[in-house]
Design a protein around this ligand. Structure first.
Ligand code: ADP
Ligand code: MG
Length: 372
């Protein structure tokens, strides 16, 4: 079976994706699978060749030397097409390469985790790891995600979603509306980013305004949500229609909140596996994770993150990540390892789930005869 591993990408999580892909590449069973590597540069160019992963790690010069590589949008032909140019860009050579059986998008954030690239796989009719369009885009959008959780009867913190155009043209009114509806402190988040980029905490009106200005840079829509003094508990989910859930883990950030710096720069946050919570709390969190996974129509995998109030013990769903960090030391695979599924086996299962999902899609009628 030939697996296409896709990594890099145009999001702020490009580097995280390279690290995740490096781990997948080291662990994937080469007796079972042959692997094609496809890199996506920060500008969105797809590259192949000998080793696009090393090229993206090395930088511009190495990237330049890689041939463009694309996936044909052809439901009967799942091959990669390599396009190379001669030195003065006059002639291009097109070379058809391997036929892919499954694609594993090891991409985080915008364009990779939000349904954009999943749309391409659907058009090409190729099996792929992870959620489809709806699960990916709803999991990505913090505003829509909260609405879906509310209608599924799952607990989320009180929040509001505002358009930046509305905020910019009616700043005073919008700030007033937020203050009347929500209790400070609040967290202000761009609706569609990850890795804590653009997220701030506001304890007063001045910080609220600057937080709204900051989040407005990153998205057209902004989510404002009541802040709680909470522990951060996460569980991993794996499966399609009948998903399994792992034991829980806890992230203990060494600063005010789990911001970009805490996640990737200082690296001083602690991961506790298993999370020190009561058996009752664990069961409840696991049930909610499965319910959230189904409500959003996920497939393959997701990591579901919770906030557990330090004083009252109340639990809220914070977010759901459809392509969670996937390095060997990331929470998602570590929770599975602690639940009895080793990293290489996890990759096998994800590939099986991708094939199963494709079979289900193929068994679905798409056209019908119009009766006159
Ligand atoms: N309502 C909240 N109350 C307390 N802490 C929060 C809240 N929302 C977010 N945080 C903190 O901010 C971090 C990032 O927010 P999150 O919604 O998980 O965004 P991202 O998708 O960037 O991870 C969380 O891990 C947590 O530390
Ligand atoms: Mg988060």
């Amino acid at each position: 079976m030939r697996i296409g591993i896709l990594f890099g990408g145009r999001s702020g999580e490009h580097e995280v994706s390279l690290r995740s892909a490096r781990s997948v590449l080291q662990a994937i069973d080469r007796e079972k699978y042959s692997v094609s590597l496809i890199g996506i540069t920060k500008n969105g160019r797809w590259i192949g060749g000998e080793n696009p992963l090393a090229a993206l790690e090395d930088g511009d010069e190495a990237i330049e030397r890689c041939p463009d590589t694309i996936l044909l949008i052809d439901p009967v032909d799942n091959s990669l097409i390599q396009i190379s140019r001669n030195s003065n860009d006059e002639t291009i050579y097109i070379n058809k390469t391997e036929d892919l059986d499954v694609i594993f998008p090891v991409l985080h954030g915008s364009f990779g985790e939000d349904g954009a690239v999943q749309g391409l796989f659907e058009l090409a009719d190729i099996p792929y790891v992870g959620s489809g369009l709806v699960g990916s885009s709803v999991g990505m959008d913090k505003g829509v995600f909260k609405s879906v959780m509310c209608s599924a009867g799952l607990p989320v913190l009180p929040s509001m979603t505002v358009n930046r155009s509305e905020y910019r043209s009616n700043t005073a009114i919008m700030v007033d509306r937020i203050i009347r509806k929500l209790t400070l402190p609040v967290f202000i988040k761009p609706a569609n980013l990850g890795s804590s980029v653009g997220i701030t905490k506001a304890n007063n009106i001045g910080e609220l305004k600057s937080g709204l200005d900051e989040a407005s840079k990153w998205d057209r829509r902004i989510v404002i949500e009541e802040g709680v003094n909470a522990r951060e508990i996460e569980v991993s989910v794996l499966g399609n229609d009948d998903p399994q859930v792992s034991i829980a883990g806890e992230v203990v950030p060494q600063r005010d909140f789990y911001d970009y710096d805490a996640k990737y720069v200082s690296d001083d946050s602690e991961l506790l596996i298993p999370a020190p919570i009561s058996p009752d709390q664990l069961v409840r969190i696991q049930e909610m994770a499965i319910a959230a996974y189904k409500a959003v129509d996920c497939s393959g995998m997701a990591r579901v993150d919770f906030l557990l109030d330090k004083s009252s013990g109340k639990v809220w769903i914070n977010e759901l990540n459809t392509i969670p960090g996937f390095t060997k030391i990331s929470m998602y695979p570590k929770l599975w390892q602690a639940s009895g599924i080793e990293y290489p086996e996890l990759i096998d299962k994800l590939i099986e789930l991708a094939l199963e999902r494709k079979e289900q899609r193929d068994a679905t009628e798409r056209s019908f005869e119009v009766l006159h």
